[in-house]
Design a binder for this molecule. Structure first.
Ligand SMILES: O=C(O)[C@H](CS(=O)(=O)O)OP(=O)(O)O
Length: 258
């Protein structure tokens, strides 16, 4: 981590900034920057799990009708080209599967036997929306606690300004995303000498305080309490740190790939 006086020598270091919710993302804040979008509960944890288990591509879509239309288009394209990879619809509304979809928003459903070589059209309340809100950025990576250091390394190696976008929930700040952003900001400060903006420094400091017991922080997290009854196994899955090195990112055709 940079020394305090170093933190204020503006202009000497590239910077890590954090945006607290998807609704606060503007083109102005992300233009020309390298971004990582974070939605620990659960969309980006699902994406990271799917790629770790062999998925080919995930296309983040905001609307449900658009998801069905896109799925049909991809199936038709695959049929024409003789591509046999599965095409799946995944996501949620109000935390449960969308009628007519193949998969919900549980990372545990995205197992290798289901997602290997799959193209997944995905629509969730917060996470896929956050990815689409950030499309004005130079590069967009997908991060969760599961792959936090791997994405931080990818971003740090580029040596350019970074914005970590927390999806939040219904445009409200959530603790689990901020902990992940803080973990990444701390890593970038320590290993790549990045200067942290005030919010990035704050999240990194909060992460440092709770890193040995994330549960203590989550006890104060509304989103955690909302989903813990039904999705306790998912939460346990999503809270594991650095279990994979995958660093999914948006490719120029618009989908997310490795
Ligand atoms: O299913 C989830 O985990 C959430 C649903 S909710 O809006 O937080 O109830 O969606 P996500 O887009 O993964 O945050």
């Amino acid at each position: 981590m940079c020394q305090i006086n170093e933190r204020f020598r503006i202009g000497e270091f590239m910077e890590v900034d954090i945006i607290g919710t998807a609704g606060e993302v503007t083109d102005e804040r992300v233009a020309g920057k390298n971004v990582a979008v974070i939605d620990v509960f659960r969309a980006t944890s699902v994406m990271v799990t799917a790629f770790a288990n062999g998925a080919r591509e995930i296309i983040p879509v905001t609307g449900i009708e658009e998801s069905f239309r896109l799925r049909d288009e991809i199936v038709a394209r695959h049929r024409q080209s003789g591509d046999n990879g599965p095409v799946l619809l995944g996501g949620e509304r109000k935390t449960v599967i969308i009628e007519g979809f193949d998969l919900d928003n549980s990372p545990l459903r995205y197992s290798p036997d289901i997602v290997r070589d799959a193209t997944i059209v995905m629509s969730t309340t917060n996470g896929t929306r956050a990815v689409n809100c950030a499309r004005g950025a130079a590069e967009i990576y997908v991060a969760a606690l599961l792959n936090a250091d791997a994405v931080a390394r990818r971003l740090g190696e580029r040596g350019e300004d970074i914005v970590l976008v927390c999806s939040g929930r219904h445009d409200r700040f959530t603790i689990e995303d901020a902990l992940c952003a803080g973990m990444m900001a701390r890593y970038l400060g320590r290993h790549y000498g990045y200067k942290l903006t005030d919010i990035a420094w704050w999240c990194a400091d909060v992460y440092r305080r709770y890193e040995d017991d994330l549960q203590q922080a989550l006890d104060h997290c509304e989103h955690y309490h909302n989903i813990k009854g039904r999705w306790a196994e998912d939460i346990a899955w999503c809270l594991r740190r650095n279990v994979t090195d995958v660093a999914p990112h948006i490719v120029k055709e618009g989908g997310i790939r490795l």
